[in-house]
Design a protein around this ligand. Structure first.
Ligand code: PEP
Length: 249
């Protein structure tokens, strides 16, 4: 019942020339069974949405402000993203939590704003290496889930991305058992708070050094409904085989 989702986070990478990768991806994966989402830098949102218009590929933002407008220099509201052509927004990415001191309560406020604008919130959670080594992973993930996710979350308005901080951009990947443990835990926590139907409908993505070479085994792991991909989403030639592995899973 959950449609698989391959989401790409381009982070602060790419000027106009990179949009050729979007065109190549649409050419290569236009008929994918999985849902596809690319989150380019905000400067490219409108152009990316134009290119993706009429295709299977959706476009998303990488962050939004919790307010709908006001004196917030440099920020973008959820409505602005929506108007630019976004259908989703990544929230609480560990790079924003680290670089901008974002806390889970702030992420929850942004998620409410995203829903208010009609955007799907892709909410990121993840433990640091120190937390994992201290045996605190499930406690950290449980706390982040509880505090980053407002009441009102549904399988339609929310996607959860488990992204161990130590796996992002490092080439290090947790064992499949470690991924399964967290994803099983997330599904159970959602069921406890929101009910079995919501838990069964909500996509749980894994993120952190997903590559064409490891995608198939990750997608075969318990309760993994897709991936949030950074580096390997920048080139259609890398992202396409990941999508194919997801389609085949
Ligand atoms: C990310 O930033 O969300 C991410 C998963 O990055 P990478 O795939 O490069 O590890």
């Amino acid at each position: 019942m959950r449609q698989k989702l391959a989401a790409g986070n381009w982070k602060m990478n790419g000027t106009g020339a990179v949009l050729a990768e979007l065109e190549a991806l649409i050419q290569a994966q236009g008929a994918a069974k999985s849902e596809l989402l690319i989150c380019p830098p905000a400067t490219l949102l409108s152009r990316a949405a134009e290119i993706a218009s009429g295709s299977h590929l959706a476009i998303g933002g990488q962050d939004c402000h919790a307010a709908s407008s006001g004196a917030h220099t440099g920020d973008l509201s959820a409505h602005m993203l929506k108007e630019a052509g976004a259908t989703a927004v990544i929230l609480g990415h560990s790079e924003r939590r680290a670089d901008h001191g974002e806390g889970s309560e702030g992420v929850a406020a942004k998620a409410s704003a995203a829903w208010g604008a009609g955007l799907t919130a892709v909410i990121c959670l993840g433990e640091t290496l120190e937390e994992r080594e201290a045996g605190e992973t499930l406690h950290v993930i449980g706390t982040q889930l509880a505090t980053s996710l407002p009441d009102g979350a549904t399988g339609a308005n929310t996607v959860i991305a488990y992204e161990p901080v130590w796996a992002i951009g490092t080439g290090k990947v947790p064992s499949l058992e470690q991924i399964a443990e967290v994803h099983d835990f997330l599904r159970a926590e959602l069921a406890t708070r929101f009910g079995a139907d919501m838990a069964a409908a909500t996509r749980l993505l894994y993120g952190g050094s997903v590559k064409p070479s490891n995608a198939a085994e990750i997608f075969a792991t318990s309760n993994v409904d897709g991936a949030l991909v950074g580096g390997a989403s920048l080139k259609a030639a890398d992202f396409a085989p990941i999508i194919q592995a997801l389609d085949a899973s």
